[in-house]
Ligand binder design. Structure first.
Ligand code: RET
Length: 270
């Protein structure tokens, strides 16, 4: 059971969590539109990244919408605070959503990095295996988050091993992308992707630990805020950044619509 169900919340705490869930869902809906609308200025070879951002946005929109409903139905106002009223809130939905989004986000990285052929297939397999193993072992561990017993720590540790493997393959991919970048500006953007990736992904294991760090209503609010921050960074900002890189690479290799889009933007900004 998620530790969210263990506490009563002030009106402010309850509303902040609900508000942030709703905001996050709204961000995903907005980035879905952005991503599809700008896909035409990206060369066909890289364009799949825009559609994959669309896939992530749709799945995450539903997940956050569902979490908002679950949060709303789990607690009721008793005149002085929000108390548990029978329907459990569950973070398990997040893990189910990651099962879709993690493989897709990593596939986007391979596409925009320009990895092809055997290297693409090998890394894709490593990403999918490491990613799903990381999520599902963590999923087992989180059921024990209230007790914080052996199952919580052991599965968390196993999950972390898969995470480190995944990070290693991501690092290799970004190293190759920087080496092959058509110009130094694009190489620098790949470095930004790496930092965004490292920071936003590493927040998730911290959120997993939250019941052990602060077993309080404040801990619940903090965990859900940092989940949303990580979600927006690792899915939405990342998707936009990859689309920007894909457009710049497209322009650098002479793809007309990308060049025109860049020119139009330069004119606007000048
Ligand atoms: C778990 C369990 C504890 C150990 C580790 C974890 C890592 C989770 C990560 C999740 C990333 C999710 C993303 C979702 C985007 O849609 C499973 C919490 C290391 C890295 C990027």
């Amino acid at each position: 059971m998620s530790f969210e169900n263990e506490f009563a919340y002030t009106a402010t705490q309850f509303e902040v969590v609900l508000g942030v869930f709703t905001l996050t869902a709204a961000v995903f809906a907005a980035v879905l539109v952005y991503s599809l609308a700008t896909s035409g200025s990206i060369a066909p070879r890289y364009r799949l990244t825009s559609y994959l951002t669309g896939v992530v946005m749709v799945s995450a929109f539903f997940e956050l919408g569902l979490l908002a409903l679950r949060w709303n139905n789990a607690f009721a106002w008793n005149g002085s605070e929000y108390v548990q009223e029978g329907n459990l809130f569950s973070n398990g939905f997040r893990y189910m959503n990651w099962s879709i989004d993690v493989p897709v986000l990593l596939t986007q990285l391979l596409i925009v990095a320009g990895i092809t052929g055997l290297a693409f297939r090998r890394r894709w397999a490593a990403f999918v295996i490491a990613g799903l193993a990381m999520i599902w072992t963590g999923y087992i561990g989180q059921f024990d988050e209230i007790d914080g017993g052996v199952s919580f720590w052991l599965w968390g540790a196993i999950s972390t091993v898969f995470y480190l493997w995944l990070l290693y393959v991501a690092w290799q991919t970004i190293r190759d992308a920087r080496a092959n970048a058509p110009n130094p500006g694009i190489a620098r953007l790949f470095q930004t992707v790496w930092i965004l990736f490292l920071v936003s992904w590493t927040i998730y294991p911290l959120a997993y630990l939250m019941p052990q760090i602060s077993f309080t209503a404040e801990g619940v609010v903090a965990r859900n805020l940092i989940y949303s921050f990580a979600d927006i960074a690792s899915k939405a900002v990342y998707g936009i950044l990859l689309a920007v890189i894909a457009q710049k690479v497209s322009a650098a290799v002479g793809y007309k619509p990308a060049i025109e889009a860049e020119e139009a933007f330069a004119e606007q900004a000048s």
